[in-house]
Design a binder for this molecule. Structure first.
Ligand SMILES: [Zn+2]
Length: 248
């Protein structure tokens, strides 16, 4: 389904383009005239995943799909998005994820939700980077975003932990279902940004299934190899995110 924008919204978009010309999220260069979303230099060299290959799902997760591998330039781009305040990358990322869902998960879900940040982390960052991705996908998939989970424990960021067992222990009991009635009997499409060991997705899927979900499939922007050097980036030290953002 195509997103319909009202006239004032389109005018606002055009004005924003004039003030902040769109950049390619992967090289951060201004998009040449006539190009949209991803520049012609990045498009052919991005580390696209192979749609034919089996993608490890993880416990409680039926399938997990991602359009990209988590290595440069995706990694550097995502770092700017997550910690550098580059929120404007979200629509491009979301379009890639929605296309991946349409290609690989057609007919396998009927509710769209996402892995939420804790309130504390959201306050620190000023935005929930995964929610922005889910909101970007919603009009493209023709489904609203349903909030189903709450992060109830704020522990060390998962991205700072590399051992699978430590990551699993870190997320156990960290989420709760906010409204079990909303997921009962539903096949859930759960969005996250980067999947590494899959422990966060597995824990969220476990909670959703306990709340009555009939199944859980996942989509992430990128997939990192567990233990690989391209594991998800560690957050800047507390209080530094703003400094980092202000440097842009
Ligand atoms: Zn580019």
């Amino acid at each position: 389904m195509e997103e319909r924008k009202s006239l004032p919204r389109r005018t606002a978009d055009a004005l924003l383009d004039l003030l902040f010309p769109p950049r390619c999220p992967f090289c951060d260069r201004l998009l040449p005239e006539g190009e949209q979303d991803i520049c012609h230099v990045c498009q052919p060299v991005l580390p696209w995943t192979d749609p034919g290959k089996a993608e490890p799902a993880g416990e409680f997760v039926d399938k997990c799909v991602s359009p990209l591998w988590y290595r440069d330039p995706v990694r550097a781009s995502f770092h700017r998005y997550k910690f550098g305040g580059c929120r404007d990358y979200a629509p491009v990322y979301a379009a890639l994820m929605a296309q991946c869902v349409r290609d690989r998960l057609v007919g396998e879900y009927d509710l769209l939700t996402y892995v939420p940040l804790s309130r504390k982390r959201r306050r620190q960052r000023g935005y929930d980077q995964v929610r922005l991705l889910a909101e970007g996908m919603a009009p493209l998939l023709g489904l609203p975003v349903t909030e189903t989970l709450d992060r109830i424990r704020h522990d060390p960021a998962q991205s700072g932990l590399t051992e699978e067992s430590a990551r699993r222990a870190n997320v156990l009991g960290a989420y709760r279902a906010t409204d079990p009635g909303a997921v009962r009997g539903k096949r859930v499409l759960l969005a996250d940004d980067v999947v590494t060991t899959g422990s966060t997705l597995s824990e969220c899927a476990r909670v959703l299934r306990s709340a009555g979900a009939a199944g859980v499939v996942c989509v992430t922007l990128a997939r990192a190899r567990p233990g690989g050097k391209e594991t998800a980036p560690a957050a800047p030290p507390p209080g530094r995110e703003r400094d980092f953002m202000n440097s842009f």
